[in-house]
Design a protein around this ligand. Sequence first.
Ligand SMILES: [Zn+2]
Length: 213
Amino acid sequence: MVNMIEYFRFMPKIIHVLRKHIEFENGHILFMDAPMCFIHAEGILDMQLEMYRQLGPIARRQIYHSAKQAGKKHGELALRLEKQSLEDLIKTVANYSIISGWGMFKVLKVDEKNADIEIEITESVMAKLYKKKSHKEKIGVDDIDWYVCGLFSGVLTKVLNRDMESIETHCCINDKDGKECRFRIVPKEKYVELEKERIFRGRQNKKKVKSGD
Ligand SMILES: [Zn+2]
């Protein structure tokens, strides 16, 4: 198990907040008055695969930007939590994500001055499903989790009140035995640089696969 010290430090707080803010009413679950739904993770994946089938590679940008909009709603909720430092707020959101079933989150870096955040997910539920489905269906989900990237950029756009973009700098899909996915979230103006690095790395990975390294 990773990140257990952080996990235990924050969990009582998360459970306290959940108890305080969750209400059940007429078939709805309300969290801070916002309706929440319990959905099937594989359904989220199938929705993405269907977009790939219909739109081709352009789907990845559509997935990213749609998830970014969804992430903004979560960011708005995060801003309504009790006042805390940026680092603690991001850790709180990361711990919500753990108990919501997305995998084990670890906040690697919070550089508030430069608005540069790094987060690692071990055993990302989406990455596990991507591995399974992309092998099975040979659908080009690429080596990036566009959906989770979009969510991160949306949440942090709201939390930092600045247009943020996110990139997956390392994905466990590219590792035979690895379980970690790492994400960097930066202001929009820094994103082009990161995207260039990602494309370069992608080419290197493909070369490695071809040469069997
Ligand atoms: Zn990944």
